[in-house]
Design a binder for this molecule. Structure first.
Ligand code: TXD
Length: 313
């Protein structure tokens, strides 16, 4: 594999590009945006870091979709932030409009690519992109769970004092509040988290993780997180490019797994060169099943709203 394009050269798009270049994962990274000259400026700036970091990667900024041709992966971070006076549906409609133009151009210029969606509302946007591109679900999926788990892992390391290297975690469900933490599957060097921390501490970490995006928004005052999201996207790209078969939480389409058919939801998958190569089915307990059901039903309500309103046709 040799080329990754990023649609949306904003904070997450640029942070992802820097990671990809530093990892020397592919030969070429393309940064696309609708804002004139901005992606060219960011790409040139990143290119000028490569002699210092000694990474041989061509990075190019563009306002022309034709430049995404032959991409192996297209990362979509193009989104519209909430403005005063906009309600949830206005924002959804605006982001679906962006999704329509992005998806149409992916179909035209990079019909064989894998699409890794990042822009919010993530689970809904990934679903819409899959409908619009008509690509197999194996090639259209979203990033959210890797970010949620890395936040969780960071908080566990902070709380226990043990190295981040040994902390493992899994989450399922929707992004943010709809996240389903799987504490039973969290461990430090194989030791279940429940043996290392009291329940109250674990509950506090879960709560902080669910509100992790908001905590950063509040601190930054303008915009939202981008370093950890960029790292999370880059890790997923690495799993694909190097065919690592990593087990990562990915927003992927369910086809009967966990009893659901159709929606895109965070689940552990095997990620490799073909994209989502398998959805893993964990043996959830009754409480985890109930949380997942709640998460999926709230997503399904929003998908029904999108379908009934013919919002992407
Ligand atoms: O875990 C996750 N999935 C997330 C998602 C983690 C972090 C950020 N998350 C979402 O990603 C966030 O809520 C937004 O929906 C996106 C992008 O976040 P970012 O912080 O990078 O937003 P910016 O800086 O506003 O960048 C968005 C860019 C900006 O440069 C616009 O000019 C561009 O998107 N944009 C477009 N690019 C291409 N095509 C179109 N139509 C377009 N419209 C806007």
């Amino acid at each position: 594999m040799s080329k990754i394009s990023i649609i949306g050269a904003g904070q997450v798009g640029a942070a992802t590009a820097v990671r990809l270049v530093d990892m020397e994962l592919v030969d070429e990274v393309v940064l696309f945006d609708v804002v004139d000259d901005m992606p060219q400026g960011k790409a040139l700036d990143i290119a000028q870091s490569t002699p210092v970091v000694q990474k041989q990667v061509a990075i190019r900024g563009t306002n022309a979709y034709k430049d995404i041709a032959d991409s192996d992966i297209v990362v979509v971070t193009a989104g519209f932030p909430r403005k005063p006076g906009m309600d949830r549906l206005d924002l959804l409609a605006k982001n679906i409009e962006i999704n329509k133009s992005v998806s149409a151009n992916i179909v035209t210029y990079a019909p064989r690519t894998i699409v890794l969606y990042v822009a919010n509302p993530l689970d809904l946007m990934t679903y819409v992109c899959h409908k619009l591109t008509k690509f197999p679900a194996q090639r259209v999926f979203g990033m959210a769970g890797v970010l949620d788990t890395t936040r969780f892992r960071t908080f566990v390391a902070m709380e226990t004092g043990y190295t981040i290297r040994d902390v493992q975690a899994q989450v399922m469900g929707g992004h943010g509040d709809a996240m389903v933490p799987l504490v039973r599957y969290c461990s430090v060097a194989g030791i279940p988290l429940t043996e290392l921390l009291p329940k109250a501490k674990i509950d506090a970490i879960v709560d902080r993780t669910q509100k992790g995006g908001g905590e950063i928004v509040k601190l930054l005052k303008t915009g939202s997180a981008y370093y950890a999201p960029g790292a999370a996207v880059a890790q997923m790209c690495q799993a694909i490019v190097r065919d690592e078969k990593r087990i990562l939480p990915v927003c992927a389409q369910l086809d009967g797994e966990y009893g659901y058919k159709g929606p895109f939801v965070g689940v552990p998958v095997v990620l490799g060169r073909k994209g989502v190569e398998k959805v893993l089915q964990l043996q959830l307990d009754a409480q985890e099943k109930a949380l997942l059901a709640k998460s999926v039903s709230s997503l399904q309500e929003q998908l029904d709203e999108i379908e009934k309103g013919k919002m992407y046709q």
